[in-house]
Design a protein around this ligand. Structure first.
Ligand SMILES: Cc1cc2nc3c(=O)[nH]c(=O)nc-3n(C[C@H](O)[C@H](O)[C@H](O)COP(=O)(O)O)c2cc1C
Length: 207
């Protein structure tokens, strides 16, 4: 089967690509409005874009052309926190995507505790095993639906002690939430450890 992607509507393109770019990690973002309301929402169009300095990117779309609270808050304060949930929190992650009015806090509605951040004003989620405090670096628009790619520089990382061993994250302990298409989520299946590429003989790679 072949698809002429130029003929797809924005919704059809979204359905196609969100089933292809899988699994996606989830940035569970806390922001703060100018009035001090703490907002929480999940974003799976999420990746890292630089390791020095450490920078992360998330793509934020629009709802019927209207900017989401997260985008508005990041733009106004230039600060946000990317929290990483573990598998036990998947239902809360999902519930935090429900649309609330700008003056309502998802954190309060879901009864989630926060802790102050060290370098930015929005607080971090107390329950999250990882929280990354970010300062806005840039906002770049893409396409014709109003989507924008927000890049933030990480200014402080909070990690649960049991997750960080010898400079590495213990992924099995983290049990990250993976987003697949629609309201479907997965956890990690089998993890296979192979020989590092630099030490792998070319004969194995070339078959
Ligand atoms: C798991 C999950 C991942 C999501 N990822 C994104 C995303 O990458 N970009 C986006 O614009 N919306 C995404 N959404 C939708 C937003 O979370 C949703 O629009 C939310 O209401 C935005 O909240 P806000 O207006 O408080 O910022 C996602 C929803 C879920 C459930």
């Amino acid at each position: 089967m072949q698809i002429d992607t130029s003929k797809l509507s924005p919704q059809e393109s979204y359905r196609l690509i969100s089933g292809i770019v899988v699994p996606r990690p989830i940035a569970w973002i806390t922001t703060q409005s100018p009035e001090g309301v703490v907002n929480l929402a999940p974003f799976s169009c999420f990746t890292f874009v630089s390791n020095s300095p450490l920078m992360l990117g998330i793509n934020i779309g629009r709802k019927a052309g209207i900017e989401k609270d997260t985008a508005r808050n990041i733009r106004s304060l230039s600060e946000f926190v990317i929290n990483i949930a573990d598998w036990s929190m998947v239902e809360l992650v999902h519930a935090s995507a429900v649309e609330y009015e700008s003056h309502e806090s998802e954190v309060e509605a879901l009864g989630l505790a926060t802790k102050p951040s060290n370098t930015v004003r929005p607080p971090r989620l107390a329950m999250a095993p990882i929280s990354l405090e970010c300062r806005l670096h840039s906002v770049t628009p893409y396409g014709n639906t109003g989507a924008e790619f927000f890049v933030g520089q990480v200014t402080q990382a909070h990690l649960s002690d049991d997750l960080y061993k010898d400079g590495h994250i213990d992924t099995r302990s983290l049990q990250p939430v993976c987003r697949i298409a629609g309201p479907n989520y997965a956890n990690l299946g089998e993890i296979r450890q192979l020989i590092p590429v630099a030490q792998t003989p070319k004969t194995i790679i070339e078959g």
